[in-house]
Ligand binder design. Sequence first.
Ligand SMILES: [Fe+2]
Length: 188
Amino acid sequence: MTKPTKPPGGSPPSGFRPSVPAPTPGPAPKAVATAALRAEHAELLRMLNGLAERLEKLHEQTTLDQFSMAREVLDFVKRRVAPHARAEEYTLYPAADWAAGEGSKVSETARFEHQLVMRRCEALEKEIAAGSPPGRLMHLSYGILGLIAAHFAVTDEVILPYLDKAFDAARFEKEVLTPLRVERSAKR
Ligand SMILES: [Fe+2]
């Protein structure tokens, strides 16, 4: 029997055989241009999920509280989502269409989703006015919140990458985010 030979250099044998050289440590990756916007979406999503969790108990509430909880959904859209959407249509979407290439309409579906959210809010408003039962209020409320959550995912994962490729953070801040914030805080 032969004695096992020591690997050269004394290092233990390993099943990992790199095919490329190890990366050299460098600076941390730069923040993407749309980071602030993504953080705002995450914050709105956090609020949305909090609201959705409370809606799970809507049917246990008194009739009056059921309607006020459904109205909270409409209020969340009106106060938080609608100004955000209006500001996006003002600067973000035109910038995204430009960033995706001449004549691109990459933002068209996202714009339409804004309209769908408003249509669904109108439907919920009618059901509240008609005194609809809790199951119906929950159904419509979740429809609105689910659509908003999906819309944020589309924005972050489909639209914003075009902007991250086309803009550096400073230019994006100046040309897109600053006018977006002004529009969002304008009373309309
Ligand atoms: Fe949007």
